[in-house]
Design a protein around this ligand. Sequence first.
Ligand SMILES: O=C(O)CCC(=O)C(=O)O
Ligand SMILES: [Fe+2]
Length: 348
Amino acid sequence: MSALTNKPDTPSIPVISFADYSALALPQRRHTATQLVNACTKYGFAYITDHGVPATTIQRAFDLSAQFFASPVASKMKAPHPPGWAVHRGYSWPGLEKVSNATSSNGDGGATEGNGDGNEEIAAQIAALREITDVKESFDIGSDGNAEQPNQWPPEELYPGFRGFMTQFYEEMNRAAMQVLRALALGLLSDDDAGEEGELDEDAFAKLHSGAYNQLRLLHYPPIPIDEVSEYGKTKTRMPSHTDWSTITLLFQDSVGGLEVEVPEGGGKYMAVPPLPSDPYAMVMNVGDLMVRWSNDRLKSTEHRVGLPPVIKAVDGSNGSNGAEGMTKARYSIPYFLTTDPDLKKAA
Ligand SMILES: O=C(O)CCC(=O)C(=O)O
Ligand SMILES: [Fe+2]
């Protein structure tokens, strides 16, 4: 795995405040929107602060996530991820999902096999990546309004409050996301795009998302023994490098760090995107492949991965490694993937 270009505690992508965004007058909204578009043009990534999701809500999401993953496997398996790749809901146990399995050369979410048209090399690379186990477990949640992807809720008696909270959290994240989509549209529009009355279609992207097709994902990267760290990147990884395929992703991460993003110059060099010391509840926002198309290639969908866990000896259990000495820290993150309605995806 290649080295990082910055120290893990040095913030590296722009930090943009969305304080009162929708209440601001157009020139101030435009200022924020331009900052966001500039960040997404250069890095494909930005930190967003003052996004409107309360810190207490985010903390509750992390608490419920940690409780879920700490519960017995038999309980977690009461809401298993259905077999196959069509439905992305419920509990995926460590090793079930390999991000490399969802990698393709044509961005359609399906793995590309060699077919005699020069893709053999890519297929061979993907096959090699498939030998690597992703050291993570996850729980995927969608809208109860999406009949094609039915939620797999765990039993209320085993996880009291989980369903109710996550349902509301999904909506809260959707509201924050709509604001980000409005800003992206405004930042990309110029005065030439104005209507007869001078109005700008700030809802151009937001209106393509009904909110029923997003995906809220609870992620847990379990601690790993220090003596397995040398295997890291060979037989084990947290999440290999990939781009997100949909429109935008909003992510909360805990204090551990590990998210790495390819530098604007590319060339396989990555920079750390750690939690902000000044605002641990800031979101990391990134652009997905579909948004690149919709912005006529102005915005960038950037490769990112989850890197080597910090090697810290746990002696008191405070780092999530259950007190076992010689384990790395556990890490939790919560991505929220914005997805358009299925008909639009086909048309895009
Ligand atoms: O856990 C993280 O920080 C990144 C997760 C991610 O990139 C993804 O789920 O697509
Ligand atoms: Fe991602």
